[in-house]
Design a protein around this ligand. Structure first.
Ligand code: GLN
Length: 205
């Protein structure tokens, strides 16, 4: 399985480790590539779009021509896990002219609505599809304030959705890569029906 981590900016190596751990738990070798240029996304089975600074990430994706490749990846029903700033970039509307959203996920978001960096926190979160709560780390996290009809809410915090799914896209306000727990990566890449064949496992979905 070839996993591409969007690496124009943000926390890349943690996602690479998490996808390797999730793959290993299925006996699958993940080849992880860091994506900074156009031309790599089309070869990837799954994609990760990390946290960081959404204004910077969206600008660089556009400058490098990677933005359209991500849209095509999702249009081909291939898995994408977008976290925090990645969620903002994936959304339909970030209510901020500096973020050119990709509109691959029918949600609107409020950037930094969970507060400033100092207000970062960790909370045990009930997530649809996981047996035990997930230790969710929130860092200047976006709030999802509107969810389209095709979007399933997988987890909420204080009545706000913080993990959502639309087709092959799973997105979280929090940072699932910052704990040793790789169950969100597992959910995104190995437990969706359509993820079966791209992930190359043929395993139980
Ligand atoms: N606040 C950041 C943004 O708006 C996202 C924070 C993060 O990814 N941890 O881009």
């Amino acid at each position: 399985m070839k996993a591409g981590v969007i690496a124009v900016q943000g926390d890349v190596s943690e996602h690479a480790d998490a996808v390797r751990r999730a793959a290993a738990s299925h006996g699958v070798d993940a080849e992880v590539v860091e994506i900074r240029d156009a031309g790599v996304v089309p070869d990837c089975d799954v994609l990760l779009m990390p946290g960081g600074e959404s204004t910077t990430i969206s600008r660089l994706l556009h400058e490098e021509g990677i933005d359209e490749e991500i849209v095509a990846h999702v249009a081909a029903d291939k898995p994408l896990l977008a976290t925090c700033a990645g969620l903002i970039v994936a959304s339909r509307d970030a209510k901020d002219d500096r973020v050119a959203t990709l509109d691959v996920l029918d949600v609107s978001v409020d950037r930094n609505a969970f507060g400033r960096q100092a207000d970062s926190f960790e909370a045990p979160l009930d997530v649809t599809g996981l047996d035990e709560p997930f230790p969710a780390v929130f860092i200047r996290a976006p709030v999802i304030d509107e969810v389209g009809g095709d979007v399933a809410v997988l987890a909420s915090w204080d009545d706000d959705p913080v993990a959502v799914q639309q087709g092959s896209v799973i997105a979280t306000s929090f940072h699932p890569e910052l704990t040793p727990d790789s169950r969100i990566h597992d959910l995104a890449f190995f437990r969706q029906e359509h993820a079966e064949s791209p992930a190359g496992t043929g395993a139980d979905a």
